[in-house]
Write a protein that binds this ligand. Structure first.
Ligand code: MD3
Ligand code: FE
Length: 216
């Protein structure tokens, strides 16, 4: 067995400012990774991963699903939040208590009080999958932060300013890292570079990202 088939070495939690209002909480979810992955597996059995169409008709390379009262969806009609999963015709599965707790704790650690997410987008990346530079602007209350949790293979996160053409900062996000975006960074452009080939001890050849939002 090679070293990269083992789970990551323990890392000590630390908080690092990425920009004003944006914090990387390194290893914040480290001790909950397997429990989070178990929940993800159960959620995806109820609301399977699927590749959504962008409004311009392209298929996204990242596969997605949701849990919580609202789910983020994209199709020819545009981007929006919807209470129903089009694939199953049913509401999205409820958000696990473990997810709600983690999102609240991470937001609090970054200085945002009382974060109660009603939407959790589950993103699934395999090597080559990427998320082009974009803003998250489909949520009603932009005073609420966004919390994102990385699991599995590492990703290079690209973080820009309030215009698409500004310089990009690049940060490597590893399994167990949590990022909180709020305040002046809430509408910053961001994306994820094409996932590199690899094998992770907990997820195999993929990365999950959980994105918690107050959408409604
Ligand atoms: C920066 N997902 O689903 S959230 C997304 O790794 C998305 O899958 C990323 O971007 C991923 O929309 C992680 C990162 C994120 C979310 C909101 C932000 C970064 C942000 C809002 C402002 C600035
Ligand atoms: Fe985003």
């Amino acid at each position: 067995m090679t070293a990269d088939l083992f789970a990551d070495q323990p890392r000590s939690p630390s908080r690092q400012a990425l920009a004003e209002g944006a914090w990387v909480l390194q290893a914040f979810a480290q001790d909950r990774q397997q429990a989070l992955l178990d929940e993800i597996e159960a959620l995806l059995a109820q609301a399977p991963l699927r590749h959504l169409l962008t409004p311009s008709g392209h298929t996204m390379s990242v596969a997605m699903s949701n849990c919580g009262a609202l789910g983020w969806v994209s199709d020819a009609r545009g981007y929006r939040y919807d209470a129903l999963d089009q694939l199953t015709g049913k509401p999205w599965p409820p958000m696990p208590a473990l997810f709600e707790r983690l999102a609240l704790e991470a937001a609090t650690a970054a200085g945002f009080e009382g974060f109660r997410p009603d939407a959790c987008l589950i993103n699934h990346y395999v090597p080559g999958a990427k998320l082009s530079l974009h803003q998250d602007r489909d949520e009603r209350d932009r005073r609420q932060p966004i919390v994102s949790v990385s699991l599995g293979l590492p990703a290079v996160f690209q973080f820009g300013g309030l215009t698409r053409s500004g310089p990009l900062q690049r940060t490597r996000l590893e399994s167990g890292d949590v990022v909180v975006w709020g305040g002046p960074s809430r509408l910053a452009y961001h994306g994820v570079a094409a996932l590199a080939e690899g094998e992770h001890g907990l997820t195999g050849r993929c990365r999950y990202n959980l994105t918690f939002r107050r959408a409604g």
